[in-house]
Design a protein around this ligand. Structure first.
Ligand code: ZN
Length: 205
């Protein structure tokens, strides 16, 4: 009966944090808009996806081009950044929060959290790639510290301890720290204010 609403709602349902009712609300919203708006929206979606790139080193998804030789983003290819420290975050947008702090090191995007119920802690995220990178950069002698920066939620804390376990065999010459309790419980890192993030970086342990 409402084929296009159903089809649209199904697409919106894939958005993070969107349930069935909100998805249908979005679908009806589209139906009531001017054609010009819908046209602009669909073009913007296609263009955003076309301009998205993934960095070979930190695995972050970002808008822009990677260095054509190295495949690196502008953070990873910046030699003035401290090559001795890697902040590990859940998702690409978490990195943006650090841009407003004094942190001047590198990053790694885990691409998700490791759920408590999951038995095999290496599956489902970029954990294996993190270990490979830490091993390689430790061998180069550049890497000194890995900073785990996950939300203070049950899965965030589980990810923290799972990564400590996975990194233990390759971290004898490294310091592994976690962001201090300056962040509020349950808060997403991408919404952290710069002052709290700065404080939690200073208090890392
Ligand atoms: Zn990068």
């Amino acid at each position: 009966m409402n084929d296009s609403v159903d089809r649209l709602a199904k697409l919106f349902l894939k958005f993070p944090g969107i349930g069935e009712r909100q998805a249908r609300r979005f679908a009806y919203f589209i139906l009531t808009q001017q054609e010009g708006y819908v046209d602009t929206l669909s073009r913007a979606l296609v263009a955003a996806r076309a301009h998205a790139n993934m960095c070979n080193r930190c695995l972050r998804i970002f808008e822009g081009t990677t260095d054509s030789n190295s495949g690196l983003c502008e953070i990873c290819s910046d030699e003035h950044r401290d090559q001795g420290s890697i902040v590990v975050v859940e998702k690409s947008q978490d990195i943006e929060s650090f841009a407003r702090t004094d942190y001047n090191g590198l990053f790694f995007v885990l691409g998700g959290l490791i759920p408590i119920v999951q038995k095999d802690i290496i599956q489902g995220t970029n954990a294996a790639k993190l270990i490979a990178r830490v091993q390689a950069e430790r061998a180069d002698g550049a890497l000194r510290e890995v900073i785990l920066a996950f939300p203070i939620t049950p899965n965030g804390e589980h990810t923290d301890s799972a990564l400590r376990e996975l990194l233990a065999p390759v971290s004898d010459t490294l310091t592994i720290t976690s962001l201090g309790r300056g962040l509020s419980t349950g808060a997403e890192l991408e919404y952290a204010d710069p002052a709290s993030l700065e404080a939690s970086l200073k208090k890392r342990e």
